[in-house]
Structures are given as C-alpha cells and as structure tokens.
Design a protein around this ligand. Structure first.
Ligand code: UD1
Length: 367
C-alpha cells in the first residue's frame, strides 16, 4: 500500500523532494514519486534525478510547457486517474509551482489528505504566479511543514489552525548539506578563481517578460561585468525572451552557460564573490553558504534570508543594483548566520512527524 504519493514537477522541486523521499524510506513509510513533467529538458530535470539520487518516478504525467491555465488543468486531468489507482493515504507536495497547486487541488477534492512542504511563505505580491499557488495550496493542506518561523504568522492570518503547522526547517538545505562536498568547483566549470566572479540568474516573468525591464537589467549587468566577471546560467524562458526582444548583444562579454546541474550550481554559488538573482531558492542557498546575495525583486517570500542571512533586497532598478554592487565590492557584503533548523535534518523531522500523523488519518478518505 502506498502511504504517501510525493509530487515533483519543476526544477526547484527536485532538490526538495530528494531528501524527503530518502527520509521516508529510512522511516519505513511507503512512498511513491510522481513527476508531472512540468520541466522536461535533460538539463532542467533528468540531471537532478541523477545528481541527487532521486529514484525514478513511479508515475510520469509528461505535461510539458503551456500557459498557466492549460498546464495546471492538464496536470489535474492526468493526475486524477493516477491518484485513483495509487490510493495513497496522503499526497505530499513541495514548493509553489503549478504542479504543487494542481496536485493539491485534485487530492483535496478526492478526499485525500494533502501535506505541503515549504508552507506559509508569502511575498504578498499576487502578480507573482507562485504567490497564488502558495496561498491556495496552504488552504487545501491538512498538514503544513514550514521552513522559517514567520510562516506560521502568515498562515494564522489566513485562518489556518496552528495545530496543523509544524516548523521543521528547510529541506532544500538538507540537500545542500548532503552534496556540498561533491560540489563541482567553479574552477572546473569556469576556470575562475574563488571570489573573483559573480553569478547571475534571472527567470521571473516580472524581470524577463517585459523588453524594457530585461534590457535595463542586462545593461547594468554589463556594467558590473566590466568590474567583476559575471557568469550566468540562462533559464530557457530568459534565453527565449532575449532572442525574441533582440537583446542578444547585451550578453556580450558575460560568461553565458546553459542551465547547469545541481553540483555545478552549488560550486558556482559557493565560490562566488556574490550572487545576483530573482530565484527564491538561491536566496536561501546563499544564506546557507554565507555568500552575499542581491535579490533583483521588489519583495521576497523568504524574509529570514534578509533578517538573518546574507540576502539584500535590491529590486530591479539599475541604479539600486549598481549601488548595492558597489557596496559589496567596498565592504565585502552582508554576513549572516544560519537560520534555525537549516541544519540538514528537516526531512528527518518531517518523516518523524508523519510517523505519528499517518496512523491518525485512517478511514478519513472520502468515499
Ligand atoms: C517554473 C516555476 C517557478 C520556478 C521555475 C524554475 C511556476 C508557476 N513557475 O517557472 O516558480 O522558479 O519553474 O525554473 O510553476 N522550458 C523549457 N524546458 C523545460 C521547462 C521549461 O524549455 O524543461 C521553457 C518553455 O519554453 C516554457 C518556459 O521555459 O514555456 C517556462 O517554463 P514554465 O515551467 O512554464 O515556468 P518557469 O518559468 O520555468
């Protein structure tokens, strides 16, 4: 019998599901893995399964790319019969991507318990598709595992019973701890020396879908690159938009890479002088690594990285990015501390909590 059906679909899900699957196995909880196929390129998906030792999915929905509505609907349509066949006691979803909300919604409506890992994060910016996914997934969830304490207050504000919320720490940092010794040194990926380059990642629709915004961002990055070499693994969305908007010449002089594997990315971050990003995950990983991070967004759903970590919220304005960069060059950047429970044991806490929770769920499945 499958006790827990775990769901992953897009790149940032894979480093979260890896330690959860491992901890469930160690705890003797029968789990299956479902891949929605939201991300499907070898570089965006397969390489993470190989690098992180994630078991091959038991189910694959192969949905691929589409508009949000079509992608979400397609995942839902394809997930429902799988759920019916697998008959798990609970569905476990991670993060905030379309796969997360789609599977949570199907499970909740079939009367199957929903467990959300990385619950309660809020940017309070509904223009961000992930924020909608977060709010709705949390409303549908029966058991909510949080990465930082601020999440509980967010959830209570939305009427969620604190008895269903458990602070366990950050499973993505479990993966970081487990793999840091295997990280590919930047010297091998780039030939660059430690601390002598910056890493840039950009893929948020708010930064890369508007030609003027993207052009302005690439303009200030080109300036920075004259002072400190910038290496940028390009997300497929960003690459496509750069071509569509005729901005390819703005990349001249940057070290442009295709999407890199987990171990290469970990090495690139660890060895960098600073990271410039609009990713959620990188804000947390740089805090765990003690590397200064400039976040090119107006807000963050991960405030602990600002309060305790190495993250600075800079926004997309070129002048502000320039100022923040100059400050890191002059002062070395923000030094942080490691947030509570970002200790490599979050997935073990989750498995432990589930050992107690699962037996209490018997017989609750809707007919
Ligand atoms: C998704 C997540 C975002 C996460 C990001 C990490 C949602 C709402 N967004 O955004 O939270 O930070 O993944 O990458 O779920 N594409 C490929 N190959 C792939 C996947 C995508 O070429 O394997 C291209 C396609 O042109 C696609 C575009 O990238 O249309 C965007 O992919 P999509 O999954 O829709 O959203 P992301 O921007 O990747």
């Amino acid at each position: 019998m499958t006790q827990i059906l775990c769901v992953a679909g897009a790149r940032p899900n894979f480093m979260k599901i890896a330690p959860v699957m491992a901890a469930l196995r160690e705890a003797g909880i029968a789990a299956q893995l479902l891949h929605t196929g939201q991300h499907y390129d070898a570089a965006m998906s397969d390489s993470f399964f190989a690098d992180l030792g994630i078991p091959q999915p038991d189910h694959h929905l192969e949905v691929g790319s589409a508009s949000h509505a079509v992608q979400t609907a397609e995942i839902m349509k394809r997930f429902e019969p799988v759920l019916e066949r697998a008959q798990p006691q609970a569905v476990l979803v991670v993060g905030d991507v379309n796969s997360t909300i789609a599977c949570a919604l199907v499970a909740a409506k079939r009367g199957v318990r929903v467990i959300h890992v990385e619950a309660g994060l809020r940017s309070y910016d509904r223009a961000m598709p992930e924020e909608i996914n977060r709010v709705l997934t949390d409303q549908l969830s029966d058991l909510l595992f949080t990465t930082e304490k601020s999440a509980l207050a967010n959830l209570m504000r939305e009427g969620i019973d604190p008895a269903r919320v458990e602070f366990v720490g950050n499973v993505m940092i479990d993966t970081l701890h487990r793999n840091l010794a295997r990280a590919v040194p930047a010297a091998a990926t780039l030939g660059a020396a430690v601390g002598e380059y910056a890493v840039l990642t950009l893929h948020r629709p708010s930064n890369v879908d508007d030609p003027d915004t993207l052009a302005a961002l690439l303009g200030v990055i080109a300036e920075i690159n004259r002072q400190l070499p910038v290496v940028t693994p390009l997300h497929p969305r960003t690459r496509a938009n750069i071509e569509k908007f005729g901005l390819a010449d703005k990349l001249d002089g940057l070290r442009v890479l295709p999407p890199v594997g987990y171990l290469e990315m970990l090495g690139l971050m660890r060895d960098a002088k600073l990271v410039l990003t609009d990713s959620g995950g990188l804000q947390e990983e740089t805090t765990a690594l003690g590397v200064p991070c400039l976040t090119l967004r107006e807000n963050t759903e991960r405030p602990i990285t600002l309060d305790e970590g190495t993250n600075t919220l800079v926004g997309p304005s070129p002048a502000a990015i320039r100022r923040a960069f100059d400050d890191v060059m002059a002062n070395g950047g923000k030094r942080g501390r490691i947030p509570e429970y970002w200790d490599g044991r979050a997935a073990t806490r989750i498995a432990h909590a589930l050992k107690g929770w699962l037996p209490m769920q018997k017989g609750l499945r809707a007919a």
